[in-house]
Design a protein around this ligand. Structure first.
Ligand code: GLC
Length: 420
């Protein structure tokens, strides 16, 4: 076994706690995160299928009664993380945050099922998982798209997973910061502050959170009253892909998904309304302020992963993607470097993130095999040079953020081992 494969497995095992895995073993993220756990499960599936299933089961143990799966589960309340469980003040069975994260579980589960021999005992577990994921997706459809537009909203930048992306700059400017806000960040004591979000961003994150809390996280209520409400093309692409995958898995178990199938049809049609034909790019929409958002973010290309049946658009996107940061040694930068919001080292405003590369790679495989293999090769090379950090400079590959970062290790395993 190659050294780094071995190290990737050890990274995951080193971050593992009772039935779930931390995003990293430093103090930065001392809890279970939603989409991290999905990537982590994929990593485990290459050497311990039971751990993979357990990771997902534990995450779904924190599902709310209405179907939402929270973005954080605080299994261990004794940490200095902010906002901690008391700041959120919610949860069902397990203390949690009051918002969600990109719903990629169905997609990951499908990949795991396609690649593995599953025992009868595991099948039983998986059927329970699938039922819960169906409830999660139905929650999105019901509460995050009450007007049935085919596109779901996020109500906090943290729900996207790309917390301080420039996509949110304009909608965030409009968020009034609560008076006399008192809280203590821990993240910028652990990681260099120039690699983390700004204080003013945090003030707004906390103000949005407090407003959701004031409304008791009532899903109908907060859709109308949240200080932040955005339809993001990247997020919707991930949801579209996950809905398609969920239908396929559910069929194997004879589970009913007609609501989801109907929704996929509406999404496939209406996501095209976010396409600017002239520019050949997708944009997002600030629902609260009724504005279009044009930011050259790599996450806009997640639409390739959603497999739109439209060669014209796909080809145009791939052409633009090849130019995204072609003059840099490493790709893909989160933001196109020529854009004025680009910052080489700051979190989701410039660095390369392995999960973004992974979505793009997956999306390219059935559209441009040569380019997809190139993306894979470059990503593997970056990880082999810089190891399993959280994010990397696109200029020199400098590793940044947390070390021993679980999803970087997991996706390395997938890039290296997956047969296709
Ligand atoms: C940060 C990232 C988010 C991730 C979490 C744990 O909040 O922005 O995407 O899930 O850390 O790694």
């Amino acid at each position: 076994m190659s050294n780094l494969i071995n190290k990737a497995q050890k990274t995951l095992l080193g971050n593992r706690r009772k039935g779930y895995t931390l995003p990293t073993n430093n103090k930065l993220y001392p809890a279970q995160w939603n989409w991290d756990s999905a990537f982590i499960a994929l990593g485990y599936s290459y050497f311990n299928l039971n751990y993979a299933i357990k990771e997902i089961t534990t995450l779904l143990d924190g599902q709310w009664k209405d179907g939402m799966v929270p973005h954080i589960l605080f299994h261990n309340p004794n940490t200095n993380y902010y906002p901690n469980y008391t700041a959120w003040n919610c949860g069902n069975k397990i203390r949690s945050s009051g918002i969600t994260q990109p719903p990629i579980l169905a997609t990951i589960l499908k990949l795991i099922l396609d690649k593995n021999k599953i025992s009868n005992k595991q099948i039983k577990e998986i059927k329970k998982i699938v039922k819960k994921i169906i409830r999660f997706h139905e929650w999105f459809i019901k509460f995050r798209d009450p007007k049935k537009t085919g596109l779901v909203s996020i109500l906090h930048p943290w729900e996207s997973g790309y917390d301080n992306s420039p996509i949110w700059d304009k909608p965030m400017e409009k968020v009034t910061i609560e008076k006399n806000l008192k809280y203590k960040r821990a993240d910028n004591k652990l990681i260099k502050p120039d690699q983390r979000p700004l204080n003013i961003d945090y003030d707004r994150y906390v103000s949005i959170k407090n407003n959701l809390r004031k409304n008791k996280y009532n899903p109908k209520e907060i859709f109308k009253s949240s200080l932040f409400n955005v339809v993001d093309v990247g997020f919707n692409s991930l949801f579209l892909k996950a809905n398609k995958d969920l239908i396929q898995i559910s069929n194997k178990f004879n589970l009913e998904t007609s609501k989801i199938s109907d929704y996929v049809k509406v999404t496939e049609k209406n996501i095209l309304k976010l396409y600017d034909k002239k520019k050949g790019i997708f944009f997002s929409k600030d629902i609260r302020n009724n504005k279009k958002i044009y930011i050259p973010s790599i996450t806009n290309y997640f639409i390739l992963f959603a497999d739109l049946n439209n060669n014209l658009i796909n080809n145009k996107l791939i052409k633009n993607l090849k130019n995204h940061n072609k003059n840099d040694k490493y790709f893909f930068s989160t933001i196109k470097p020529s854009h004025n919001s680009f910052e080489e080292n700051r979190y989701w405003r410039g660095p390369v993130w392995i999960n973004c590369n992974w979505f793009i790679y997956q999306g390219l495989k059935n559209k441009d095999l040569k380019f997809s293999n190139y993306v894979k090769k470059k990503t593997i090379k970056l990880l082999e040079k810089s190891k399993f950090y959280e994010y990397f400079s696109c200029k020199n590959g400098q590793p940044m953020g947390a070390k021993n970062f679980s999803w970087s290790a997991s996706l390395y395993l997938d890039f290296k081992i997956s047969p296709n």
